[in-house]
Write a protein that binds this ligand. Structure first.
Ligand code: BES
Ligand code: MN
Ligand code: ZN
Length: 502
């Protein structure tokens, strides 16, 4: 889709479709009123065909007195309840309705509606993010015939309107931010959606290298099994031993900040399929464990967006990539492995493998880069889904200011996180009888599973300002990858860069 920002009167648009909002109780927005010299919209509302309920739509053909071919009415809900969530929901509904029409171009006035505490940059950014989220689809895996028969949406150009010409620069900034974020989100979605037999550790590494070819400012290096052996990454390697796919530790660098400045590190779980290993998962929904690499995909997405935005920052990334399968060589419950940090780990449940591959990646990042902050994201625990559902990622941190910055970024862009505690009281719960720590709780059973996972990782990150995002509930929804937490990460990086500039 091609996007632009403009400022013009709705009644003068010659576009194939003009999109305007209607508030509940049949109250037209200013743009809807401006289009309604003939009273068509008013009479439609009187007849009860559009009452303004949030997320409803009605397409009109060539109402009298306007220059455009179609008008799409979009319900905005009650005016005094109009907030960020309503703004996004109205845009998602508009996108879905627009795609079903034959219109090739559209001008949207939904962006005229002010949202408390936000500016035109935000309005345009969110309009484009919501539209693109609704337009995303992955057809590459269908057969050629089926692909030919798929309905081809006609819509090619969307203009987002802002009230005044003087708002255009702000809107343009929101647009370019959104387009960069969309690049990252769509990359993360596609990698997440690809099945385990396509998206293997090797494939992920190749995609990282392809990303570096598209963005010359990104450098990629891939550590192979032999490299990991030399580094003593016994935890990561123990998981990979159960798989015929060779593991990869994908490393990324984007160094566009000051030379002497230490980087921000992003670490993402790249488990390309999690069958649980010898502690095999039940068959129900096991297919969804192809999404277990979404943390790694988010790292790639965030790098793509950072490079597209030319952010003046230093970033490093690390994605430990492996499968977790049962096999004669696989970890067995009770096995004890030695991590790169020298900490020995009793693998009491081979399905708690994410922490095993992440701990070595975190140690590598801490030793090699001494980052200013380190943020990891992982589909780490089913317990986090139980705790927070699909609306918020779980946030854990040893640095309150970092936590606040991440929470605010998520709130701002609509990719929220919610903090759970990382209190030292949980630490004794991962004591092991024979090793330094166990990979699951040995006290308390299934209580606080998400916190136990974070507590394990914290053993390896004590020397860094560190935050962990458990994205098990947010990285996909209903069998489709969401691209989260790419928006949160990029907004955090944008805010970080802006704060340093001022
Ligand atoms: N990748 C899973 C976590 C997961 C499960 C995410 C379901 C989303 C939906 C992870 O590797 C895992 O299996 N975790 C175990 C940990 C347990 C054995 C302590 C879990 O959550 O059951
Ligand atoms: Mn698992
Ligand atoms: Zn897993």
């Amino acid at each position: 889709m091609e996007y632009s920002v403009k400022s013009g009167s709705p009644e003068k648009q010659r576009a194939a479709c003009v999109v305007v909002g209607i508030f509940e109780r049949r109250k037209p927005s200013a743009a809807a009123a401006a289009l309604d010299a003939s009273g068509t919209v008013a009479s439609i509302m009187r007849r009860g065909d559009m009452d303004g309920k949030l997320g409803t739509t009605l397409l009109l053909h060539k109402p009298a007195g306007v220059l455009c071919d179609r008008v799409l009415l979009v319900g905005l809900g009650r005016e005094r309840d109009f907030d960020e969530a309503a703004y996004r929901k109205a845009h998602a509904a508009a996108a879905k309705a627009l795609r079903a029409t034959g219109a090739v171009d559209a001008v949207s006035y939904l962006s005229h509606q002010p949202v408390k505490g936000r500016d035109w940059r935000w309005n345009v950014q969110q309009a484009v993010l919501s539209f693109e989220d609704a337009f995303y689809r992955l057809d590459a895996l269908r057969g050629e015939q089926a692909r030919k028969e798929l309905p081809q949406p006609k819509l090619a150009r969307v203009a987002i309107d802002v009230p005044r010409r003087s708002d255009l620069p702000e809107g343009e900034r929101g647009l370019s931010e959104a387009l960069a974020i969309v690049e990252g989100v769509n990359l993360a979605k596609t990698l997440g959606n690809l099945p385990g037999n396509v998206c293997t550790p090797t494939y992920l590494a190749e995609q990282a290298q392809a990303l570096a070819r598209r963005h010359k400012t990104i450098a990629v290096k891939v550590l192979e099994q032999a490299d990991m052996e030399k580094l003593g990454m016994g935890a990561l390697l123990s998981v990979a031993r159960g798989s015929r796919q060779p593991p990869k530790l994908i490393l990324l660098e984007y160094l566009a900040g000051a030379k002497e400045e230490k980087p921000i590190a992003l670490v993402g779980k790249g488990l390309t399929f999690d069958a649980g290993g010898i502690s095999l998962k039940p068959a129900d929904k096991m297919d969804e464990m192809k999404f277990d690499m979404c943390g790694g995909a988010a790292v790639l997405g965030a790098f793509a967006a950072a490079a597209a935005l030319k952010l003046p920052l230093n970033l490093v990334g690390a994605i430990p990539a492996s499968e977790n399968l049962p096999d004669g060589q696989a970890n067995k419950p009770g096995d004890i492995v030695k991590s790169m940090a020298g900490i020995t780990i009793e693998v009491l449940n081979t399905d708690a493998e994410g922490r095993l591959i992440l701990c070595d990646a975190l140690t590598y990042v801490e030793k090699n880069y001494q980052p200013t902050v380190c943020i990891d994201m992982a589909t780490l625990t089913g317990a986090c889904v139980v705790a927070l559902g699909s609306h918020a990622s779980g946030l854990f941190t040893n640095t309150p200011a970092l936590g606040r910055a991440l929470l605010a970024a998520g709130e701002q862009i609509g990719d929220r996180a919610w903090e759970l505690p990382l209190w030292p009281e949980y630490e004794p719960q991962i004591k092991s009888e024979f090793a330094d720590i166990a990979n699951i709780a040995t006290v308390g059973g299934r209580e606080a599973g998400a916190i136990i996972g974070a507590t394990f990782l914290h053993k390896f990150t004590k020397k860094m300002k560190w935050a962990h995002l458990d994205i098990a509930g947010t990285a996909w929804h209903g069998k489709k990858a969401t691209g989260r937490p790419v928006p949160l990460l990029v907004q955090y990086l944008l805010n970080h860069a802006a704060k340093r500039e001022s």
